[in-house]
Design a protein around this ligand. Sequence first.
Ligand code: MG
Length: 263
Amino acid sequence: MQTNSLKFLTFATLIPMAIAMSAQQPQLPKPEETEVWSPVPAVVTPGATNTAPPSDAIVLFDGKNLDEWVSAQDHTPAQWVVADGIMTVKKAKGVGNIETKRKFKNYQLHVEWKVPENITGSGQARGNSGVFLASTGPGDDGYELQVLDSYNNKTYVNGQAASIYKQSAPLVNANRKPGEWETYDVVWTAPVFNEDGSVKTPAYVTVLFNGVLVQNHFELKGQTLYIGKPFYKRYDSAPIKLQAHGDQSEPISFRNVWVRELP
Ligand code: MG
C-alpha cells in the first residue's frame, strides 16, 4: 500500500541520517558537569530580623555594656554613655574615640546610629561622627565611613553621611530625619600589603545605607585624610573605631553593632 511504503521510506531514510548526525556532533555537555557539591557552606541561622545578628556574628554592642570597646587613645575602658540599650558619644575632655578590642581584616558590619532630634549646627558640625573601618593607630586617619546629619544639611558631598570621607560621595542620599535610627551595612575588604609595604591589593568597600546601596565595591585610594591626598600605610589587622567628633552639636548614639568575619 502506498501509505505503508511511504512510512517505510521515511523510516529507512531517517535512521542512517540520525546515525550520521550523531557521529558528526560532539556529545552534549551534561548538567552534572557544572554542579559543585563540596565544600558545603556552613549553616548560619539568620537573626529574627535582617538587622539582628545572625548566629555567626560577633556582637560588638548589644545595648548592655562597652565590654568589647576601649579608648582608641590609650586602650583604657571605653567611657561613652550606655543607657536604655544605646551608647552615646561622650564629648568630655579626655574621652574621645572608642575602638574594638578585637582586630579584623575582612568583614561584614552592621551598625545603627541616630542623630538627636534636637540637633543643632551645620555642615560638618552637625551630628558628625564616623565608623572607621580600620583604625590603624591614634596617629593615623584610618578609613572613615562618615556619620553626619545629611537629611537637610549642605556640606561637601564627599563628606556627607555614607561618604568614604573625602574619597567617594554616596551614590544617593538615603538619610532619615534626625531622631530616627539609621543603618549601615558594610562589606569591607581590607588592603593587602607586600613585605616592603607597597600595596598588593587595595581596600574595597560596599555600603548599604538604610537598605539602599550607596557605595558599590568602591576602591579606596588609601586612608581617608582630612587634609591632602590619600595614601596607604601597611597594617595587618585593625580594630573598628567610632568617632567622637570635636564639634559642639549634640552627641549622636549607636546601637546594635555586630560583625561577621570573612575569609
Ligand atoms: Mg566624621
